[in-house]
Structures are given as structure tokens and as C-alpha cells.
Design a protein. Structure first.
Length: 355
């Protein structure tokens, strides 16, 4: 095994055919561009990008390269999620009318590295290389090691957690991004110098861009000071509910005979059924890993051999990044945020969002 100080040394090794990119959140897109231009396939962790400049650049570079890029949205390689996707796409669920996404923990130490921060010195790092295309600022060990707590190195909750869950919305619905989002967030509990919020709520409008009369709403809520880390993804139709924690369909909330009769309508109640065995999305404490991620990496490696598109191609990352960036913009500006299809820009209050 050969250790490398930086990416230049890595790509000088001709025998390296593929790389796994799990660097700081804001670096994923930049490092993916670098990798595919060096002729390597990549497994790129999410979020793919935290700005639209980076998002557009990585999409273009990957498509021009013809390289195999798997985005780390491992739900796409889970049998239970695949079964849910098929159930919805085949029309058995009915039209999606609402999606509720939540991801809550009670972890003051989440994304903290206080012992390492105390030991880190600037001379032991390449701070300029770390910053890449972010504005220059003085060395800060916390921002280097605890980057998920500081914008513009990470959006925090949207980029880390929401990007996973919003990807299922895009996958199941076939829609590429929200039509609009409003959001609010704050640091309500862990006042440790972080800049990214420990609590956030976002409300999305989804639907065809050219058909504003049709669509559905998605909510995402996350808090870091009360919860047991069991991410919830619940889909609703007029006929009932699909709970992705259990992968079961039921008639809860569906249109009952009594309520339908009041308007001379027919009832609409989904049958009770289980779609498949659930594969947990949280890593096991015993194995240090989870089946979804193992399946996802296996799919990537198989696609490297076959040159077929993986389960989560770069377009999936481009889409979840649009939603993540829109959410970040909405919280920072307090404005309703939309996406301009023509310019591929995030618009806040009718103007391009400036980071």
C-alpha cells in the first residue's frame, strides 16, 4: 500500500483506476472533477455540491468524461427502497400528496473533534489546498476538522442528512428538484461556536414545472438535541400511507366510505401489505457498516466492470444538491427560494442567490 500526501501524488500512480471521495462536504464536487479529468471512476459521497457553480461544473465534467460515478445515496441500492419505488411508479400507491421527512438525534458531540482540534497545527496541514475554491481565511483547526458545523465548508443538516432523504423523493416521483422551498433554522441548544444550525425545518413544493396546479408538499425537519436517530420517511396518498421505516403500506389516513359518501364519491383505501424486508439505514454498532452501503459499493464496482450506469449516477447528485442549496439559501435569506430552469440558478426573492 502506498500512502499519498495529496491527490496529485495519487493520480500519478497509473495503477489506480478508481477512487472513493469522502472529503469535506464542500470538496466533493471539486475532487470529483479532478478525478474524472485524471481518468478515474469515482464513488463520491453526498452532498455532491454545496454551491450551484460547483454543481454545474461537476455535472458537465462527469458527462464529458464518460467515467462511472456513483453518488453515495445508498438508499438506491436497498431492496426495500427499490420495492417502494416500484410500488409508487407502477401507480399502485396513487398520486403522492405529501411526504414527511425527519432525522433527529441528541448528540452534543456529533461532528465535533475537540481532542484532535487541540492537537492540530497549521504546519501539519495544507490549509490552502483544503480551502480549494473557498475564500481565503486564516487557519482554523475547528473549520478543518469540524467542517460540518461551519458554512461555507458545509451546509450541515441539509447537506448531511436531508440530501439522503430528498433523493428518495426525486427517485420515487421522477421530479428533478423542488419548485420552491421556504425554511427556518437556528442554534437553539449547542452554543459551542458553530455557525450551522442545530435545528431546521424546510417546506418544499414539488410538481411539474409547467403545471403548477398539480404537485405535493414535502417537509424536512431535523434537530440535534432531542431524538434517537431513526430517520423517518413517510409518504402519503389519498388512499393511505407508506412508511419507509417499516416498508409497509396501510390505509391510515385514506378516504373512508363515510367521508367519501358525503360527497358522492367512492372510498379509497390501500390494502395492508409489506413490500419487503427492511434494510436499516443506520450503521450497526456491531459491524460498523450497513447493508445498504455495502450493496451500493458493490453496484459501483460491478458498473466499473460493465461500464453501465450505477444506481445513483451523477444526475442524482445534481438533483439532491439543488434541493440542498435551495434549503441553505432559504434559511440564510429568510426568503422563498426557487430554481431557474433556464439559467440553472438558485433564486431568492427573484434574484440569484449569492453565497
Amino acid at each position: 500500500m502506498q500512502a499519498c500526501v495529496n491527490n496529485d501524488e495519487l493520480y500519478a500512480i497509473k495503477e489506480v483506476d478508481a477512487v472513493m471521495i469522502s472529503t469535506a462536504d464542500f470538496q466533493h464536487a471539486y475532487h470529483t472533477v479532478e478525478a474524472v479529468k485524471a481518468g478515474r471512476d469515482t464513488y463520491t459521497e453526498k452532498p455532491l455540491a454545496e454551491t450551484m457553480e460547483d454543481n454545474r461544473a461537476v455535472l458537465q465534467a462527469v458527462k464529458q468524461s464518460g467515467k462511472i460515478v456513483q453518488i453515495g445515496s445508498q438508499r438506491r441500492s436497498g431492496a426495500n427502497y427499490q420495492a417502494a419505488a416500484d410500488f409508487i411508479k407502477e401507480g399502485k400507491f396513487g398520486n403522492i400528496v405529501m411526504v414527511e421527512l425527519t432525522w433527529n438525534v441528541n448528540q452534543p458531540g456529533r461532528w465535533r473533534r475537540p481532542e484532535l482540534v487541540a492537537q492540530m497545527k497549521e504546519e501539519d496541514t495544507d490549509w490552502k489546498r483544503f480551502l480549494i475554491n473557498r475564500p481565503h481565511e486564516a487557519f482554523d483547526a475547528r473549520k478543518h476538522l469540524e467542517f460540518r458545523l461551519f458554512w461555507p465548508y458545509s451546509s450541515g443538516l441539509p447537506g448531511q442528512w436531508m440530501s439522503h432523504q430528498i433523493d428518495t423523493v426525486h427517485w420515487f416521483s421522477g421530479l428533478q428538484h423542488p419548485r420552491s422551498v421556504v425554511a427556518n433554522g437556528g442554534i437553539y441548544m449547542w452554543k459551542d461556536g458553530r455557525k450551522n444550525w442545530d435545528t431546521i425545518t424546510a417546506v418544499f413544493d414539488y410538481g411539474p414545472v409547467n403545471d403548477p396546479a398539480n404537485g405535493f408538499q414535502v417537509t424536512f425537519g431535523s434537530r440535534m438535541h432531542n431524538g434517537d436517530e431513526h430517520p423517518a420517511e413517510i409518504y402519503y396518498s389519498n388512499g393511505g400511507t407508506l412508511d419507509l421505516n417499516t416498508n409497509k403500506v396501510n390505509s391510515k389516513g385514506g378516504l373512508t366510505q363515510k367521508m367519501a359518501a358525503a360527497m358522492n364519491m367512492q372510498p379509497n383505501l390501500l390494502p395492508e401489505m409489506s413490500l419487503s424486508e427492511v434494510e436499516p439505514v443506520i450503521a450497526s454498532a456491531n459491524t460498523g457498516g450497513d447493508k445498504l452501503t455495502s450493496n451500493h459499493v458493490r453496484n459501483w464496482m460491478e458498473c466499473i466492470r460493465s461500464r453501465q450506469q450505477p444506481h445513483a449516477p451523477v444526475e442524482a447528485g445534481y438533483s439532491h444538491s439543488i434541493a440542498t442549496i435551495m434549503t441553505n439559501a432559504a434559511v440564510h435569506t429568510g426568503l422563498k427560494v426557487t430554481f431557474d430552469e433556464k439559467t440553472q440558478e438558485i433564486m431568492a426573492g427573484g434574484k440569484p442567490f449569492k453565497y
